[in-house]
Design a binder for this molecule. Sequence first.
Ligand code: 5GP
Ligand code: ZN
Length: 136
Amino acid sequence: MTDPDCIFCKIVAGELAAEKVDEDEHTISFMDINPWTRGHALVIPKNHHKNLYEVDPEDLAHTAKAAQRLALRARDALGADGVNLLNSCEPAAWQTVFHLHVHVIPRYDDDPLRLPGQPQEPAEGELAAVAAELRG
Ligand code: 5GP
Ligand code: ZN
């Protein structure tokens, strides 16, 4: 399951260089080329899946386990004070590389990252209305 036009498949195949930090049978992890914080890494399944909508549950589970492994390593080896996991699914959600990946972003008490959005006060009845839509 590879896509010849996918840069992350090329990293899996060893055709494109990457600073790898972890690998198992189903996943590899490597440094993000434009890190948000020190140690920002990406975890990907070796199989090509476009994103969260399309990944099979097994590869998603393997990816989640590898992300936890990396988060613990960020804490223990880099001294991170916390970790954000981020997954972007579709361009509306900032996805730019269309091979599923989870960002493992070590956080430090004094790092410059700030929430990209402001929590909103919902209108009267809005939470119940949207919850009903989600329940289907
Ligand atoms: P997205 O925006 O899809 O959630 O994240 C894609 C990430 O891949 C970005 O953070 C970007 O810096 C990273 N990236 C894009 N091209 C490359 C590359 O060739 N090598 C590595 N290591 N990271 C890349
Ligand atoms: Zn791919």
